[in-house]
Design a protein around this ligand. Sequence first.
Ligand SMILES: [Ca+2]
Length: 486
Amino acid sequence: MCKINKNSPTPQSFAHFPARFGGLKVQESGQLHLILRIKTIQIYPMKKLLTMIAAAALLASCGGTGTTQDTATARYEKSTVDWAKNANIYEVNIRQYSQEGTFNAFAQNLPRLKEQGVDILWLMPIYPISEEGRKGTLGSYYAVKDYTAVNPEFGTLDDLKSLVNQAHKLGMKVILDWVANHTGKDNVWTKEHKDYFNLDSLGNPAIPEGTDWDDVADLDYDNPELRKAMVEAMKFWIKNADIDGFRCDVAGMVPTDFWVAARAELDKLKPVFMLAEDDKPEIHKAFDASYNWKVHHVLNKIAQGKNTADSLAEVLLTEEKDFGGTDILMNFTSNHDENSWSKSEYDRMGGHVKQMAVLTYFLPGMPLCYSGQEAANKKALEFFEKDVIDFSSLPLKDFYAQLNAIKHKYPSLWNNDIQILSTDKNIFVFDRGDIRCIFNFNAEPADITVDFKGEYADVFNEMNVYNPGEQILTVEARGWKCAVKK
Ligand SMILES: [Ca+2]
């Protein structure tokens, strides 16, 4: 369903409003020529204002009243840690990171990841993997045998503590992957607490309803004892390994009120950062960040020529309506699921890989880099077997380092405000505060006339300055230009 405002340009209407949206014409050189004149779409500020008014009203109404514990939980207002505001996230696949596949072998990469500008390390599940029903030789990380133990293949609890400690010393944060919806088939709770599980007709733990995940057992969130035990298990890792938060697997398959209550408990130990593998707005009652699948899928399709820049604008407008001003959407060109089940970004995005990675940094949200993306890994990694990533060269380390440095440097990229200036089939132009971005999705260069209100400098090379007034910018095939007002 198209949710674009009737006054906004649609793919069809673009050509019919040359006076409002500029015209697209082919120059003598044969290159596309797009003239930008006016701002057309403004995203987020109104919603942000409304959120602020609502928050003020809530504060006023809560003033001076006593609350029971239940209402305190129901009203729990999460607060996002300050260090998340300009942070990027790096997903760590310990098994495939080295031949050893251990915490200690991975830890040797921390100084290099610091050079790359990484802020948050997301460790894929570090717990022992169930043997019963195991897929492949090594099994799925997401079939957890014991929530409060370390996978012996990776090392010991002390090794994990050492890894977290080294990361903290380098100024990085560490979050753990958490699988709350289900356990492995022979999880310790299946023996001691069968009442924690949804049971099948034979009285055995059932697989999650509506799935074919036959290597896992579905937990019963109607049982308050299970809820308590799950929160205690999460707290274990903050208390014992000083971790900084969680990435929560299939978070939308667990009741949101559990997450709200869990978040309130975790924040008492330490202010945590919480990332949900989910994309429903409601999940942000408990979580700081969720997955931006909508943008991810449209980027894949634009790269494949199946979608246009207008469809990206459409998704961003939908998200403006659905999400609040401080909700963080995680942007990515790959992650462990995409890589293993939908192939690498090189298969999905072809020559657009770098362009789409740049876009994940300039759109509102938090950018993700998966293990091996900086090594330009082109293979879909095995998920249940050993399949080491080739880190012998790092052709994209500097590329990601520069993007991370840009995200750190410019406050305009630290919020959700975006103004889409113009879209054409294959040209996407937007402002993030004082930063103007032009993305050319064409397979040939485009000359684009941009009216700069003041002097601008290229974000990637500040020696490259654009004078005020109309400037013709040549944007490379599958390329981008991002300039900041001086
Ligand atoms: Ca469930």
